[in-house]
Design a protein around this ligand. Structure first.
Ligand code: HEC
Length: 273
Protein backbone atom coordinates (compact mmCIF):
# COMPACT_ATOMS: atom_id res chain seq x y z
CA UNK A 1 0.00 0.00 0.00
CA UNK A 2 2.76 2.36 1.03
CA UNK A 3 4.65 1.50 -2.14
CA UNK A 4 1.55 2.13 -4.20
CA UNK A 5 0.92 5.53 -2.71
CA UNK A 6 4.58 6.38 -3.05
CA UNK A 7 4.43 5.46 -6.72
CA UNK A 8 1.31 7.55 -7.13
CA UNK A 9 3.05 10.43 -5.39
CA UNK A 10 6.03 10.24 -7.74
CA UNK A 11 3.77 10.11 -10.78
CA UNK A 12 1.77 13.10 -9.54
CA UNK A 13 4.89 15.15 -8.91
CA UNK A 14 6.30 14.27 -12.31
CA UNK A 15 3.06 15.37 -13.92
CA UNK A 16 3.00 18.66 -12.12
CA UNK A 17 6.66 19.53 -12.59
CA UNK A 18 6.42 20.51 -16.29
CA UNK A 19 3.41 22.70 -15.49
CA UNK A 20 5.20 24.56 -12.72
CA UNK A 21 8.23 25.11 -14.96
CA UNK A 22 6.11 26.51 -17.77
CA UNK A 23 6.76 30.18 -17.16
CA UNK A 24 6.71 32.57 -20.09
CA UNK A 25 10.21 33.69 -21.00
CA UNK A 26 11.45 36.36 -23.39
CA UNK A 27 15.06 35.85 -24.55
CA UNK A 28 17.31 38.86 -25.25
CA UNK A 29 20.64 38.42 -27.05
CA UNK A 30 22.58 41.61 -27.55
CA UNK A 31 26.16 40.46 -27.67
CA UNK A 32 26.55 39.64 -23.98
CA UNK A 33 25.07 36.15 -24.00
CA UNK A 34 21.38 35.40 -23.67
CA UNK A 35 19.34 37.13 -21.01
CA UNK A 36 16.09 35.28 -20.34
CA UNK A 37 13.46 37.31 -18.52
CA UNK A 38 10.16 35.95 -17.24
CA UNK A 39 6.90 37.88 -17.44
CA UNK A 40 7.18 38.37 -13.67
CA UNK A 41 10.74 39.74 -13.90
CA UNK A 42 9.65 42.19 -16.60
CA UNK A 43 6.52 43.27 -14.72
CA UNK A 44 8.45 44.19 -11.55
CA UNK A 45 10.96 46.36 -13.42
CA UNK A 46 10.86 49.98 -12.18
CA UNK A 47 10.30 51.25 -15.74
CA UNK A 48 7.15 49.12 -16.24
CA UNK A 49 4.11 51.30 -16.92
CA UNK A 50 0.46 51.10 -17.92
CA UNK A 51 0.08 52.38 -21.47
CA UNK A 52 -2.87 52.80 -23.80
CA UNK A 53 -2.59 52.14 -27.52
CA UNK A 54 -5.58 53.86 -29.17
CA UNK A 55 -5.39 51.92 -32.48
CA UNK A 56 -3.72 48.59 -31.77
CA UNK A 57 -2.70 47.00 -35.09
CA UNK A 58 -3.30 43.38 -34.05
CA UNK A 59 -6.48 43.86 -31.98
CA UNK A 60 -7.79 46.59 -34.31
CA UNK A 61 -9.09 48.59 -31.33
CA UNK A 62 -7.82 50.48 -28.29
CA UNK A 63 -5.84 48.36 -25.83
CA UNK A 64 -4.26 48.95 -22.41
CA UNK A 65 -1.12 47.08 -21.39
CA UNK A 66 1.49 46.78 -18.67
CA UNK A 67 4.65 47.40 -20.66
CA UNK A 68 8.38 48.12 -20.50
CA UNK A 69 10.08 50.56 -22.92
CA UNK A 70 12.17 48.64 -25.47
CA UNK A 71 14.96 51.25 -25.32
CA UNK A 72 15.43 50.46 -21.63
CA UNK A 73 15.60 46.73 -22.30
CA UNK A 74 18.15 46.75 -25.07
CA UNK A 75 20.38 49.24 -23.27
CA UNK A 76 22.93 51.14 -25.24
CA UNK A 77 22.95 48.90 -28.31
CA UNK A 78 24.21 51.83 -30.33
CA UNK A 79 27.53 51.36 -28.56
CA UNK A 80 27.51 47.63 -29.20
CA UNK A 81 27.09 48.30 -32.89
CA UNK A 82 23.89 46.43 -33.71
CA UNK A 83 21.90 47.68 -36.65
CA UNK A 84 18.75 45.60 -36.36
CA UNK A 85 16.62 43.91 -33.74
CA UNK A 86 15.41 40.56 -34.99
CA UNK A 87 12.07 39.97 -33.27
CA UNK A 88 11.09 36.31 -33.46
CA UNK A 89 7.54 35.21 -32.72
CA UNK A 90 6.41 31.74 -31.66
CA UNK A 91 4.42 31.26 -34.88
CA UNK A 92 7.46 31.71 -37.15
CA UNK A 93 6.99 35.41 -37.94
CA UNK A 94 10.41 37.17 -37.79
CA UNK A 95 10.51 40.97 -38.06
CA UNK A 96 13.78 42.87 -38.72
CA UNK A 97 13.39 46.17 -36.85
CA UNK A 98 16.09 48.85 -37.31
CA UNK A 99 17.62 49.98 -34.00
CA UNK A 100 17.44 53.54 -35.38
CA UNK A 101 13.63 53.26 -35.54
CA UNK A 102 13.50 52.31 -31.84
CA UNK A 103 15.98 55.07 -30.93
CA UNK A 104 13.80 57.71 -32.62
CA UNK A 105 11.45 57.20 -29.67
CA UNK A 106 13.89 59.19 -27.50
CA UNK A 107 13.59 62.27 -29.74
CA UNK A 108 9.90 62.64 -30.51
CA UNK A 109 9.40 59.60 -32.75
CA UNK A 110 7.25 56.49 -32.22
CA UNK A 111 7.98 54.74 -28.92
CA UNK A 112 8.38 50.94 -28.84
CA UNK A 113 7.19 48.96 -25.79
CA UNK A 114 7.23 45.32 -24.85
CA UNK A 115 3.72 44.65 -23.56
CA UNK A 116 3.52 41.82 -21.02
CA UNK A 117 0.44 39.70 -20.49
CA UNK A 118 -0.18 39.40 -16.77
CA UNK A 119 -1.12 35.84 -15.82
CA UNK A 120 -3.89 37.18 -13.56
CA UNK A 121 -5.32 39.42 -16.30
CA UNK A 122 -5.03 37.54 -19.61
CA UNK A 123 -5.60 39.43 -22.88
CA UNK A 124 -8.49 38.53 -25.18
CA UNK A 125 -7.94 36.34 -28.23
CA UNK A 126 -6.83 38.17 -31.38
CA UNK A 127 -9.62 38.72 -33.94
CA UNK A 128 -10.13 35.45 -35.83
CA UNK A 129 -7.45 33.61 -33.77
CA UNK A 130 -7.55 31.09 -30.93
CA UNK A 131 -4.82 32.87 -28.96
CA UNK A 132 -4.02 36.28 -27.50
CA UNK A 133 -1.09 38.48 -28.59
CA UNK A 134 0.76 37.37 -25.44
CA UNK A 135 2.73 36.55 -23.54
CA UNK A 136 4.89 39.34 -25.03
CA UNK A 137 3.96 41.79 -27.74
CA UNK A 138 5.91 44.68 -29.33
CA UNK A 139 3.61 47.71 -29.55
CA UNK A 140 4.19 51.31 -30.63
CA UNK A 141 2.93 54.60 -29.27
CA UNK A 142 2.27 57.15 -32.05
CA UNK A 143 3.30 54.72 -34.83
CA UNK A 144 2.57 57.41 -37.47
CA UNK A 145 5.42 59.62 -36.19
CA UNK A 146 8.12 57.27 -37.53
CA UNK A 147 5.95 55.55 -40.18
CA UNK A 148 5.99 52.24 -38.30
CA UNK A 149 4.52 49.46 -40.46
CA UNK A 150 1.97 46.85 -39.37
CA UNK A 151 4.60 44.10 -39.71
CA UNK A 152 6.69 45.86 -37.06
CA UNK A 153 4.22 44.86 -34.30
CA UNK A 154 5.27 41.22 -33.68
CA UNK A 155 3.04 39.42 -31.17
CA UNK A 156 3.59 36.09 -29.34
CA UNK A 157 7.22 37.23 -29.07
CA UNK A 158 9.80 34.64 -28.06
CA UNK A 159 13.16 36.32 -28.66
CA UNK A 160 14.84 39.64 -29.48
CA UNK A 161 18.31 39.42 -30.98
CA UNK A 162 20.79 42.10 -32.08
CA UNK A 163 21.85 41.39 -35.67
CA UNK A 164 23.54 42.95 -38.71
CA UNK A 165 21.45 44.97 -41.13
CA UNK A 166 19.60 42.66 -43.57
CA UNK A 167 21.41 43.93 -46.69
CA UNK A 168 24.87 43.13 -45.29
CA UNK A 169 23.60 39.87 -43.85
CA UNK A 170 22.01 38.61 -47.05
CA UNK A 171 23.87 39.55 -50.25
CA UNK A 172 20.85 38.31 -52.24
CA UNK A 173 19.05 41.53 -51.26
CA UNK A 174 21.88 43.74 -52.53
CA UNK A 175 21.62 46.39 -55.22
CA UNK A 176 24.48 47.29 -57.55
CA UNK A 177 26.10 50.54 -56.30
CA UNK A 178 26.11 51.66 -59.97
CA UNK A 179 22.32 52.06 -59.81
CA UNK A 180 21.35 55.70 -59.11
CA UNK A 181 20.69 56.63 -55.48
CA UNK A 182 17.05 57.35 -56.24
CA UNK A 183 16.42 54.17 -58.28
CA UNK A 184 13.06 52.69 -57.38
CA UNK A 185 14.68 49.29 -56.74
CA UNK A 186 16.21 50.86 -53.61
CA UNK A 187 12.79 52.00 -52.38
CA UNK A 188 11.50 48.49 -53.12
CA UNK A 189 14.35 46.88 -51.20
CA UNK A 190 13.55 48.92 -48.07
CA UNK A 191 9.85 48.16 -48.43
CA UNK A 192 10.51 44.43 -48.80
CA UNK A 193 12.59 44.40 -45.59
CA UNK A 194 9.97 46.37 -43.68
CA UNK A 195 6.80 44.69 -44.96
CA UNK A 196 7.53 41.29 -46.50
CA UNK A 197 10.63 39.69 -44.94
CA UNK A 198 8.80 38.96 -41.65
CA UNK A 199 6.98 36.18 -43.58
CA UNK A 200 8.77 35.63 -46.91
CA UNK A 201 12.30 34.76 -47.89
CA UNK A 202 13.74 36.09 -51.15
CA UNK A 203 16.27 33.76 -52.79
CA UNK A 204 16.85 32.36 -49.33
CA UNK A 205 17.34 35.76 -47.65
CA UNK A 206 15.24 36.09 -44.51
CA UNK A 207 14.42 34.01 -41.45
CA UNK A 208 10.73 33.15 -41.85
CA UNK A 209 8.98 30.34 -43.68
CA UNK A 210 5.45 31.57 -42.94
CA UNK A 211 4.91 32.35 -46.63
CA UNK A 212 6.74 31.03 -49.72
CA UNK A 213 10.17 32.24 -50.91
CA UNK A 214 9.30 34.89 -53.51
CA UNK A 215 12.47 34.24 -55.54
CA UNK A 216 12.92 30.47 -55.56
CA UNK A 217 12.51 28.20 -57.34
CA UNK A 218 10.93 30.73 -59.67
CA UNK A 219 10.83 34.49 -59.10
CA UNK A 220 7.24 35.64 -58.54
CA UNK A 221 7.61 38.32 -61.27
CA UNK A 222 8.19 35.60 -63.89
CA UNK A 223 4.78 33.92 -63.40
CA UNK A 224 2.56 36.72 -62.04
CA UNK A 225 1.88 39.98 -63.86
CA UNK A 226 2.71 43.30 -62.19
CA UNK A 227 -1.01 44.07 -62.05
CA UNK A 228 -1.64 40.72 -60.33
CA UNK A 229 1.13 41.23 -57.74
CA UNK A 230 -0.07 44.78 -57.16
CA UNK A 231 -3.63 43.57 -56.52
CA UNK A 232 -2.37 40.77 -54.25
CA UNK A 233 -0.32 43.13 -52.07
CA UNK A 234 -3.35 45.43 -51.67
CA UNK A 235 -5.81 42.61 -51.04
CA UNK A 236 -4.80 38.96 -51.50
CA UNK A 237 -8.48 37.94 -51.49
CA UNK A 238 -9.05 39.94 -54.67
CA UNK A 239 -6.72 37.49 -56.46
CA UNK A 240 -7.36 34.12 -54.76
CA UNK A 241 -9.44 33.05 -51.81
CA UNK A 242 -9.54 29.88 -49.70
CA UNK A 243 -10.23 29.18 -46.03
CA UNK A 244 -6.61 28.70 -44.92
CA UNK A 245 -5.42 31.95 -46.48
CA UNK A 246 -3.07 33.85 -44.17
CA UNK A 247 -1.63 36.92 -45.85
CA UNK A 248 -3.33 40.24 -45.04
CA UNK A 249 -3.53 43.09 -47.51
CA UNK A 250 -1.66 46.37 -47.16
CA UNK A 251 -3.77 49.55 -47.41
CA UNK A 252 -2.59 52.59 -49.37
CA UNK A 253 -1.78 54.26 -46.03
CA UNK A 254 0.79 51.49 -45.35
CA UNK A 255 2.19 50.95 -48.88
CA UNK A 256 1.24 53.66 -51.43
CA UNK A 257 0.84 52.66 -55.12
CA UNK A 258 4.26 54.04 -56.10
CA UNK A 259 5.91 51.98 -53.34
CA UNK A 260 4.18 48.79 -54.58
CA UNK A 261 5.57 49.54 -58.06
CA UNK A 262 9.02 49.95 -56.50
CA UNK A 263 8.61 46.66 -54.62
CA UNK A 264 7.75 44.84 -57.84
CA UNK A 265 10.72 46.49 -59.59
CA UNK A 266 12.96 45.23 -56.76
CA UNK A 267 11.55 41.69 -56.96
CA UNK A 268 12.10 41.68 -60.73
CA UNK A 269 15.64 43.08 -60.24
CA UNK A 270 16.57 40.20 -57.91
CA UNK A 271 15.46 37.75 -60.63
CA UNK A 272 18.02 39.20 -63.02
CA UNK A 273 20.93 39.16 -60.61
C1 HEC B 1 2.04 37.86 -42.15
C2 HEC B 1 2.78 37.14 -43.14
C3 HEC B 1 2.92 37.73 -44.53
C4 HEC B 1 3.38 38.99 -44.87
C5 HEC B 1 3.78 40.10 -43.95
C6 HEC B 1 3.41 39.03 -46.30
N1 HEC B 1 2.98 37.84 -46.82
FE1 HEC B 1 2.83 37.33 -48.79
N2 HEC B 1 2.09 35.54 -48.26
C7 HEC B 1 2.00 35.04 -47.00
C8 HEC B 1 1.49 33.68 -47.05
C9 HEC B 1 1.26 32.78 -45.85
C10 HEC B 1 1.28 33.37 -48.40
C11 HEC B 1 0.73 32.07 -48.99
C12 HEC B 1 -0.73 32.29 -49.29
C13 HEC B 1 -1.53 32.62 -48.03
O1 HEC B 1 -1.68 31.77 -47.16
O2 HEC B 1 -1.99 33.77 -47.94
C14 HEC B 1 1.66 34.56 -49.15
C15 HEC B 1 1.61 34.67 -50.53
C16 HEC B 1 2.18 35.69 -51.27
C17 HEC B 1 2.28 35.73 -52.70
C18 HEC B 1 1.77 34.67 -53.66
C19 HEC B 1 2.89 33.77 -54.06
C20 HEC B 1 2.43 32.65 -54.94
O3 HEC B 1 3.25 32.13 -55.70
O4 HEC B 1 1.25 32.27 -54.86
C21 HEC B 1 2.93 36.88 -53.05
C22 HEC B 1 3.27 37.38 -54.44
C23 HEC B 1 3.21 37.58 -51.81
N3 HEC B 1 2.74 36.83 -50.75
C24 HEC B 1 3.87 38.78 -51.74
C25 HEC B 1 4.06 39.49 -50.56
C26 HEC B 1 4.70 40.79 -50.51
C27 HEC B 1 5.28 41.52 -51.71
C28 HEC B 1 4.68 41.17 -49.20
C29 HEC B 1 5.16 42.46 -48.62
C30 HEC B 1 4.54 43.65 -49.15
C31 HEC B 1 4.04 40.09 -48.43
N4 HEC B 1 3.69 39.11 -49.30
C32 HEC B 1 3.83 40.12 -47.05
C33 HEC B 1 2.29 35.69 -45.83
C34 HEC B 1 2.70 37.02 -45.76
Amino acid sequence: MLIRSLALFVITVLNIAPLAAKENILAFSFGKGVLSLSAHELLIRPDAQTITIPADVSYRRAMTYRAVPLIGLIGDVGKLGFHTIEARAKDGFVSQIPVSLVMQGASGGSVAWIAIEEPKAPWPNLPGKQASAGPFYLVWQNPERSAVGNEQWPYALAALTGVEDPVSRWGQLGIDPALPGDAKERVGQASFIKNCIPCHRLNGAGESDTGPDLGRPMNVTTYMTSAGIHALIRDPKSVRTWPGQQMMGFGADKIPDAEIDALIAFLAYTAKR
